[in-house]
Every structure is written in C-alpha cells, then in structure tokens.
Design a protein around this ligand. Structure first.
Ligand code: FAD
Length: 203
C-alpha cells in the first residue's frame, strides 16, 4: 500500500517507521528543512521505552514527583516576586517520567523510519492543492501535522480548543535549582499553572 504521511514530528515518524517495517511504501512529507522539534526537551512517561527502546540513551533526567505550590504571591526564584507558598503538595508519581531531548528523539525516530525503508521528503509544505494529486498517487493520506492541521481542514473537522502555553529556559540555574533534582515544581499563576523541571545544564 502506498501511504503519504503529512508531518515529520514524532507521530508521523513513529507511524512511518512502523508502517515501513510492515512493508508499506511510505513517504513522509515535512514542511521544515530539517527534522527535530526546536529548542525543546519534554517530559515523557517511562512508557516511551516500550515504543522506542533506543530513546533510553537520550534521557537527560528522571522525574519522580511534583511539588505543587499554592498561593497568589508565589513566583519564580531569581526574578520577579518571590513569596512563601500558602500550601505545598508533594505528589509522588507511580510511574517515572523522563526528561528527553525532543530534537534528538525526532531525529532518532527519523533514522529508524528511514532504515525501515520510509522516504522522508523535507521542505515540502503540503497544501490543499496537493490533496488532489495525492489522492491519485497514494492509497492512504495520514495527517500527523500537529495542532494547526491542513489535513483536519481538508476533512472539514472542527478545530480543537486551544490553550495558551509559554515555554522558556533558565540558563545557569541558581545553585538551589542545580544538582540532579528529580521533581517538577508547579506554581499557581494568574492565568493557570507554571511548571519547571531540570533538563541538564538548563532548567
Ligand atoms: C511548549 C510545549 C511544551 C510541550 N511539552 C511537552 C512535554 O513535556 N511532553 C510531551 O509529551 N509533549 C509536550 N508537548 C507536546 C508535544 O510537542 C507534542 O505532544 C508532540 O510534539 C506532538 O507531536 P506531533 O508529531 O503530533 O506534532 P508536531 O511535533 O507538531 O509535528 C508536526 C509536524 O508536521 C509538520 N507540518 C505541519 N503542517 C505541515 C504541512 N502542511 N506540510 C508538511 N508538514 C507539515 C510540522 O512542521 C511538524 O514538524 C509540548 C508542546 C509545547 C508547545
């Protein structure tokens, strides 16, 4: 079966790998010029190792619990307001979470997909027009194109509800944030919750 996958993020690459292993003729189209989610490490449940055992070598830290601080005056150390939380809850996870370099994880999945025979085409922004030609060329078109999905639009499906997320990095974290911390810190903010975890040299 000829399969077109739109998007070479972790979903498209993993699927491309597994379908190619099964003997399908897979082409993954990616609009960016290179594979790999930019500037991002992520928290992954330990189940990642069931799906991509090779990802073990990409683990940067292991998270075992979360400290949830409650109280309107609570802020970040090292900048802005710092207050004493009214209450702090410690939640110990029954499963481990790993901090994994997302850039390298995507690249690993790409190499596994290619080794199994999947073709990855970079710099190819799949548009609505491509859907017409793709329908003649492929038996299946699969959308793995993330939150702003052109595939979803073509299928006239509703957009999901989006939430605002802001990501930042602390370079040279202060000593009290250094040294192999194995928990996520969560704090109450006006707009919701903010969280931080240790990535390696950064936080
Ligand atoms: C700030 C932030 C923090 C996050 N932290 C975590 C975390 O800690 N742990 C976690 O598990 N998840 C986290 N996530 C979510 C994580 O990014 C997603 O779960 C994961 O990357 C989704 O993978 P995906 O393959 O579905 O989509 P994406 O990674 O978004 O990949 C989609 C790919 O499709 C490509 N594409 C899009 N449109 C087209 C097109 N028309 N033609 C060709 N290519 C196209 C894009 O360029 C992209 O490469 C976070 C997300 C954000 C924004």
């Amino acid at each position: 079966m000829k399969v077109a996958i739109v998007g070479a993020g972790i979903c498209g690459l993993y699927l491309g790998w597994k379908l190619a292993e099964r003997g399908e003729e897979v082409t993954v189209f990616e609009k960016k010029e290179k594979i790999g989610k930019e500037v991002c490490s992520g928290l992954f449940s330990e189940r990642i190792l069931e799906f991509i055992p090779e990802s073990e070598k990409l683990i940067q830290n292991q998270i075992e619990s979360a400290l949830i601080h409650w109280g309107p005056a609570f802020g970040w150390e090292g900048g802005g307001r710092v207050g004493v939380p009214k209450r702090t809850l410690k939640v110990k996870f029954s499963k481990k979470f790993f901090v994994i370099n997302h850039f390298e994880l995507d690249r690993l999945a790409a190499s596994l997909a290619e080794k199994s025979g999947a073709k990855i085409v970079l710099n190819y922004n799949v548009t609505r027009k491509d859907f017409v030609t793709f329908q003649g060329e492929f038996d299946r078109i699969i959308g793995c194109d993330g939150a702003i999905s052109v595939v979803r639009k073509n299928l006239r499906l509703n957009d999901p509800k989006f939430y605002l997320g802001i990501q930042g990095f602390i370079l040279n974290p202060q000593p009290k944030f250094g040294g192999g911390e194995n928990f996520v810190k969560l704090g109450q903010r006006t707009m919701g919750l903010s969280g931080k975890f240790r990535e390696g040299k950064k936080a």
